[in-house]
Design a protein around this ligand. Sequence first.
Ligand code: FES
Ligand SMILES: [Fe+2]
Length: 444
Amino acid sequence: MLEGVKDKIRRGLLPQWAFTDSEIFKAEVKNIFAKTWNFLGHESEIENPGDYVTRWIVHDPVLLLRDQNGQIQAYLNSCAHRGTKLCTADFGNKKTFTCPYHGWTFNLSGDLIGIIAGNKVYGEEMDRSQWSLRKIPKVESYQGMIFGSLDEHAEPLETFLGDMKWYFDIMLGRSDAGMEVRGVPQKWIINTNWKISADNFGGDPYHTAMSHRSTVELGISPKDPMYASYGHQIVLDNGHGINMVTALGGAKVPPYQGLPEDMWPMFARNLSAEQLKVFENTMIIVGNCFPNLSFVSPMHGTGGPDEPLTSFVNFRVWRPVSPTKIEVTSWFMVDKEAPEAFKEASYLSYIGSFGPSGTLEQDDAEIWTRVAEASQGEMAQDKDIHYNNVLNYLMGLDRVEPDESWPGPGVAYPTCYLDAISRAFYEHWVDQLLATTDIPANVL
Ligand code: FES
Ligand SMILES: [Fe+2]
């Protein structure tokens, strides 16, 4: 029956119950999130020994830190004694972590180094080395981006990222010293399903003309309803997808998203000729790394009417909390070597447009909440295969051919108003659910 769903998705039809069904949610947690690579943080957030941040892989709390030897470590943020959440701060610097329950103390290597009245209550014989913090089974980085997997057999991170690496290089690897996270990542809750937001960032530039119409009315965005369609939508392997949006009809845009000219020779050093060409002509980069790491790098105003548009790089994780609730963590990033004035302008551009104070973010959150709200009733949840309970992902199906001249990897289509990435995202989603499926037969 799941095969039936996949066939529907190939034909551009997604059952509405896919968003909010509780059995599907449980299966996603086990079959997708516990198997895949999950973004945890950026290396610049934990630059020095003892620096730590606390994060989540869905319901698993993670303590991510740099140890005494400068190595990155990730532990289950749960005491080995009785399971208390060990560290409750979002970030900080420590040499040891002491549990608030009975006071067991762990060092940066996760070793249990202190037990209150240890020898008196456990004797000399309890082997402390058996009671270290539990490590997240796999931790790897690419371009400073740290990912963890709960599956010790997970494929290498670079295999998982696949052709997305080529595009990550443009956003994250163009400068000699890479990127830095500025400020503390912002966090907020949205009452929606993680796929709705991932799908929106991954494959839905079409929503901008309506959802973000206020920006058109304010004169920030062009009146042309096709304005976010120009450029390429690129379907990548493993369910990933990216949109490289250019200006209307090839109109001249500031090269390299308006980054300072002094930095251009550095871009040429770090990127291939093809990457450089694509980057030079792109205005907006927006996409999703399967399953729930989305990113946007647009050009946006910083507030003043005479201010030039300034670009920024923003990554966010849509952490599934329940079928209809996500916790968003959003990182603002900027080239470490950019001039301070640019970093400041870039940050203002970010907080004005995205993050909880950003106008575009609020437009999106309101809409995604409505999708989830309207997808929970009896009619939306009806799984009768004969009942045509499907949503429309038909845009461009069998109508738009790939552009063979695209210089980058992936299947690139010459428009961003297209549901190709969304169809590929949901096809991959079904494949992952099927791979180790224990979904009750009556659900799928
Ligand atoms: S639960 Fe942590 S010391 Fe007891
Ligand atoms: Fe949006």
